[in-house]
Design a protein around this ligand. Structure first.
Ligand code: SF4
Length: 289
């Protein structure tokens, strides 16, 4: 394991015979990372984990736009968010975050195991995104996936990210141009109020889907147990809150009033390993991320 900044030849030598797997999210940082690795003539494979819950623009961006610039992208898919929720009979939440494990970690684990080679997994997260991320090392073992994680752009600024898009004449995910601050699950269970307002504005059909999921899941729960408590996609103060009430609250609530939840553990797990690009209420340094 190495922790010091190395030259490009030294890094290539360090990676050696291992396969370099680049995790793509459809966001600007992982795109910038892939562009830089190509620029530096690294040999790598790109992987995108499709949760079945991304905005169609992200899917199209990954499948139809990016390959011309960074090479082919392997998409992993394991059933999708809606099936997962229906099978579970309840929704993922900040306390029971089964979505990450089922939709991201397991498909990635299966894919990596199928390669039967040692892996270096490059993930596009930057120290500038939060004070906690600033402490992430460039290289680190991921004991869960049994890979060494490399964060090639950990010290990049957002200006670096924009510059490499421009240098390669690559457009960002169109969702950014519509005002989104993060891409990925649409919405994430950690969505903040401004993201919920954007979801309602850009994707009213996704609100309809969530409303229908809430209705269907609760009918099934009642059929199994008439005393079953209602469940919803979002919670407020730990209590279920139907999607229409959440959207109404997000529109009425002031930006400086509390969010649906307080993020305490975002630095661990999915975010640390670049699996989920979740919002962080305590992330004032880089509000555009
Ligand atoms: S981005 Fe959010 S909703 Fe999607 S898998 Fe990760 S925690 Fe779950």
């Amino acid at each position: 394991m190495i922790y010091n900044a190395l030259s490009i030849p030294q890094i290539k030598n360090y990676i050696g015979e291992r396969k370099l797997i680049v995790s793509l999210s459809g966001g600007k940082d992982s795109t910038a990372m892939a562009l830089w690795l190509k620029e530096m003539n690294f040999d790598f494979d790109c992987v995108f984990i499709n949760t079945g819950w991304e905005h169609q623009s992200t899917i199209d961006y990954i499948h139809d736009y990016l390959p011309a610039h960074i090479g082919e992208v392997t998409t992993l898919f394991s059933g999708g968010m809606e099936d997962l929720v229906m099978n579970k009979g309840y929704f993922p939440s900040p306390k029971i975050r089964f979505c990450t494990g089922a939709l991201k970690i397991e498909p990635m684990r299966r894919h990596l195991n199928s390669l039967s080679v040692d892996i270096v997994n490059a993930i596009g997260i930057r120290a500038q995104e939060s004070a906690k991320r600033a402490n992430d090392p460039e290289w680190e073992e991921n004991p869960s996936l049994h890979v060494e994680v490399w964060r090639p752009i950990i010290h990049w600024t957002v200006e670096d990210v924009i510059a490499i898009h421009k240098r390669h004449n690559v457009l960002p995910n169109p969702l950014y141009l519509k005002g989104a601050e993060r891409v990925g699950c649409w919405p994430c269970i950690f969505a903040q109020k401004r993201e919920i307002r954007m979801l309602a504005r850009l994707s009213p059909e996704r609100i309809d889907t969530i409303r229908e999921m809430e209705r269907e899941v609760n009918i099934r729960r009642q059929q199994k147990n008439p005393n079953a408590k209602p469940v919803t996609w979002f919670h407020r103060s730990g209590l279920p809150m139907p999607i229409d009430a959440v959207v109404e609250w997000a529109h009425k609530s002031k930006d400086d009033s509390p969010e649906l939840f307080e993020a305490k553990d975002h630095h661990t797990g999915c975010m640390r390993w670049g699996l989920c690009d979740v919002s962080h209420p305590q992330m004032p340094q880089n509000p555009e991320t």
